[in-house]
Design a protein around this ligand. Sequence first.
Ligand code: TYM
Length: 332
Amino acid sequence: MDERKTMFSGIQPSGDLTLGSYMGAIRNWVDMIDDYNAYYCIVDMHAITVRQVPADLRRRTMEQLAQYIACGLDPHKVTLFVQSHVPAHAELGWVLNCYTMFGELSRMTQFKDKSAENINGGLFTYPALMAADILLYQPDYIPVGSDQKQHVELCRDVATRFNNIYGDVFTIPQAYIPRVGARIMSLTDPTSKMSKSDKDPNGCVHLLETPEEIMRKFKRAVTDSDTSENCVRYDPAEKPGVANLMQIYSCATGESFDEIEKEFLGRGYGAFKTAVGEAVVEQLRPIREETKRILADKAYLESVYRMGAEKAAATANKTLRKVYKKLGFVAR
Ligand code: TYM
C-alpha cells in the first residue's frame, strides 16, 4: 500500500502559463514528485467562468499538459488529467454548492476582483467546485500560490461542515505555500500580481516565450521610484520592484536574499536586471524546448490524459459514492 501523503492542485487553462504559476506552484510540485501521491489537474471547467474562445481553450489545455510534463511532472509518477474528463468534479461540485453559504462566497476576494463584467453564477460558486476538485482525492496538502489561500480555507470550512453532519467523509486538507515565490508580482507594476490575464503584456512572462522577449521584459522591469539609490536590497515595502526581482532570482538560482545582496553589492540595477533575465531564460529554456517536442506527439499526449483520467476517476468515484450514500441518494 502507498503510505505517502496525498497532494492535489490545479491550474486554469485560461491563459498561457506564466512565471508566476511556475514559481508559485508547478516548481514545487516537481520538487516533491517522489514524496507524495499527487494529482495535478487542468481545470477547464473553472476556465469557462470567464468567456473563452473554444479553439484557444482546446489549444491551451493541450499546451498546459505538455508544459506540466516538460517541467518535470512524469505522468508515470503523478496523475495528470483534465477536469472535464472526470465527471465526479461536476457532481460533487453541485453537492458542495448546497453546503456552501452565500455569505462565504460573497467574501471571496477573487470574485470581487474579477466581477467587473459577465457576473455569472459559475464565477460566484467557483470555490464550491474548487472544494469538490480537492476533496474528491482526500489530499493532505494543496500546493498553491498565496492568492489561493482563501479558497483553500473555504474548502476546509465546507469539508468540516459536511463532516460534522455526516461523520468523517473528507480529509481536511492544508494549503502548502512556498516560502519564496508564493506571490510573483507584475514586472511593470510590482503592486499587482503577475497574471495570465494581465492587460499589460510587459508585466508578465510566459513559459514559452523566446529568450529575447524574456530579456527585453526584465531589462524594462520596474525597480523602484528612487533610482538614485540603485542598490539591490530586500525591502518589499519600500522597494517592491527590487524585492520581486529578488524573489524571482532566488527561485531561479536557489540563492538566499543575503547572498543576492552580496553578489550585487555596488553593481546597480542594470546589472541585476540582466542577471535575473538570464537566470530565468536558462531556467525556462529546457522547458520550452521540451514542450515543443512533446506537443508534436499528439498521440502521446492523448495517452497521458486518458491514463490520468482513468486513475483520477477511480479515486474520485470512491469518494463520490461515499458522499451520495451519506446524503441518502438511492444507489443505482
Ligand atoms: P490559477 O490558475 O489562477 O493559478 C494556478 C496556480 O499558480 C499560482 N499563481 C501564482 N503564484 C505565485 N505568483 C503568481 N503571480 C501566481 N499566479 C498564479 C496560483 O496560486 C495557483 O496555485 N482557483 C485556482 C485553480 C484551481 C485549484 C483547484 C487550485 C481550481 N481548483 C484545486 C488548487 C486546487 C486558480 O485560479 O489558479
